[in-house]
Design a protein around this ligand. Structure first.
Ligand SMILES: [Zn+2]
Length: 157
C-alpha cells in the first residue's frame, strides 16, 4: 500500500495543507484503512492502489479481469504487469494465474464457488520486482448504500 499517496489524498480531502502531511502520515499508521470515501473502479470493480491503478472485477462467469487506469482514471493498456490471485476458499487455497487479453489481464480459471472467503491479489509491476499484495474479502452481495458489489463498495467503513 502506498501510505504517502493515501495521506496526500486524505489531507487534500480534509482541506489540510501539505505542511500537515507528515503528521497525517504518522497518524495514518494507527488508523483503520479507508478512513475516507475511496474511489471505485470505473467498471464497478475494486480499485487497487497500484501505479498505474488496477481495477479488480469479477465477471459473470467468475473469471477475474484486471484493467489499468492512469491517475485521471483513463484506461491504459496492461504492459509488463503480472497478476496472481490466491483465493483462500473454504475448500482450500487456490492459485489463479492471469494472461493478457487485449488491454487487460484475465484469469485463466474461475474463482472457487461461493463467496465470503479472502483473496490476495498480487500485482507485480514487471518481472523481478516485488509484488504489491492486496487482501480483501470476496463479498458478492450488493451494498445498499452505493449499489456496488460489497467487494468494490466505496462507502466509508
Ligand atoms: Zn457501499
Amino acid at each position: 500500500m502506498n501510505r504517502t499517496l493515501r495521506s496526500f489524498t486524505l489531507a487534500a480531502a480534509l482541506g489540510v495543507g501539505l505542511a500537515f502531511t507528515t503528521v497525517a502520515a504518522e497518524n495514518a499508521a494507527d488508523q483503520p484503512q479507508h478512513a475516507h470515501k475511496h474511489l471505485g473502479g470505473p467498471n464497478g470493480g475494486r480499485l487497487l492502489e497500484t501505479q498505474p491503478r488496477a481495477e479488480f472485477f469479477v465477471e459473470k462467469d467468475r473469471r477475474v479481469i484486471i484493467r489499468f487506469y492512469n491517475e485521471d482514471l483513463k484506461p491504459v493498456a496492461a504492459s509488463e504487469q503480472t497478476v496472481t490471485v490466491i483465493a483462500e476458499a473454504k475448500s482450500g487455497k487456490v492459485k489463479i494465474e492471469f494472461a493478457k487479453d487485449g488491454d487487460a489481464l484475465r484469469s485463466q480459471t474461475t474463482l472457487p464457488e461461493g463467496d465470503g472467503y479472502n483473496l490476495v491479489v498480487q500485482v507485480r509491476p514487471k518481472a523481478g520486482v516485488k509484488p504489491q499484495n492486496f487482501r480483501f474479502k470476496l463479498d458478492l452481495a450488493t451494498c445498499q448504500e452505493c449499489q456496488r458489489l460489497e467487494y468494490a463498495c466505496t462507502c466509508e467503513h
